[in-house]
Design a protein around this ligand. Sequence first.
Ligand SMILES: [Zn+2]
Length: 349
Amino acid sequence: MAFLTKLGSVALTIIVICVVSVLPFRAVHAAAGEVITTDTHQFTEVRNQIYLAQSTARVFNSNALVIVNEDDVVLVDSHVTPAKARDLIKSIKAITPNPITALINSHHHWDHAHGNQEFTGIPIIGHDFTYEKLAGAPLEEDTYVSGIAGNKATIERVTAQIAEEKDTAKKAELQAYLEMFREHADGFAEIRPVPPNLTLSERMTLHRDDREIEIIFLGRAHTGGDVVVYFPEDKLVFTGDMAFGGPSFLGDGYVDEWPQTLENLKQLDFDIFVPGHGPPVTDLNRIDLVQTFYRDLWAKAAGMHADGIAAEDAAATIDLTNHAEIPIAEVGTSLISIQRIYERLNDPD
Ligand SMILES: [Zn+2]
């Protein structure tokens, strides 16, 4: 969500987007680590034709994982809107002519699953919990409602910046950004949530040539139904939002159970993981730091809850600055995190 508030570098962003958009398409197999760029996406090969796909548009979006097999493509996560999913589908043609034959949802959050409707006629695989959420009322979920509010706030803020900007060139850049962002925000109106049509409770394996694509539920964490996608041969795992190099969004999280779920993740044999946002992580020690952070956050928040301290006061005063490596520099944390922990304490099921 930090993306939404950092509009100070709009000019730089526009320059970056312009530069990458003139790079030529390449329909060749990239070496690991090589980057292929289309007019909407950047593909980075992480291992053995498994690509991290990231939108180049300066809007909030999630990572997708593109698994290119001999005869097909398996995709993990479908982006934030149908329009962004269509951009992804089109861009995948720049790296392979193979058809997409399966989509995996790492979890139910809108920024990972609201492109699902673009994938008709193929298996959409997810955890039972993800099915329940996406088949329920996903457009009423707090996370989605706050995403819509964030879009509106961005449009208002940039509109105000344009009105105040005196420099003609900067004004034009802001105007171009606003137009791009408005089009993106309008794309939310098209969303018709589609749940997985093939669900699992523990694990499922897709076999493609010599490749095993293991879809595993390791326990509750960022949501009640996160699955990781594990490639044992390539020692790679896609973690979605249940593991980052730092803490995740906790608003739907199970902070009390999360450290154990991460412990279960560590039992897999891998040396790199791709999270649901941002670059791949190779410093696996970060997982230990996050486990320690969650345990401490839970213990301190539970203590404040037991002392009858209101969530607002707890969020303002909780001291987690002992986690300098996370990094936590200031006293306090987000209210939404504390509210969620209090909710779990009041109703631990
Ligand atoms: Zn998420």
